[in-house]
Design a protein around this ligand. Sequence first.
Ligand SMILES: [Zn+2]
Length: 279
Amino acid sequence: MKKYDSAVQLIDTHCHVIHMIDKSSIQAFSNNEIQEIRKILHQAALKNVTHMIEIGTTRIDSALALEIAKLFEQVSAVVGMHPHEAQRDYHKDLDYIKKLLASHNQKIVGVGECGLDKHYPGYNITAQIDLFKAHIELALEYNKALVVHTRDAQDETYAVLEQYKQDLTRVVIHCYSNDLQFAQAVTSWGWFLGIGGTITYPKNNLLRDIVKTIGIEHIVLETDAPFLPPQTIRGKKNSPDHTSTIAEFVAHITDRSLEHVALVSTRNAKKLFNLEQLA
Ligand SMILES: [Zn+2]
């Protein structure tokens, strides 16, 4: 096991602790659930992951993200709806997301994950675009970071984002899976690429090349836990402590020290989510 300098600090910019503990109702956390979360955060701290961003994908897990963030100092919340939610009548849920934002709770640091996804058949791209734009407007109105999910929808995502490139300043393209040209465009607008477990997958030379070309100055680290486990634990449940696995891997492929990758990616994450006040 690698021994870290205690000054090394990592931020997991995208996780779903709610799904790690299989919580799917809006009821208050039980003592058991709180213990489980505490364990996850402790595991992460042992790997120098000192802060985590819990990401909403529905009305319910957005509300729960805020609850976790209220309970634990080392967690911040992002609230919003995944593009899959555009398949049903989402308006009531969107109103709920607006209410969460209107509470002006300081632990809400972003809007998302929102965006476009054409991976599974049955999508309604028009509704997805409407829902995506509604989230962008909310991020602007409340001055929050925008967490973008885009899968198999590069051109459509670009067309939407391009319209807002002047106004939006704090944006991450989570679980980056688009091409180099897209990466060059969004990073030239000052936005970040979210890099996680998929960079360790043997077939993913494209993403490794993109990170080497773009440079770590434009990336933040994420696990997307419990999803997308890095290659070393493929098939198992992912967890925020694996931010360190991603950091080590990025250090290796970019020929930088782990300390440097941690320093730069954490600085980027703080800038992205306005977390400069964190120790
Ligand atoms: Zn996610």
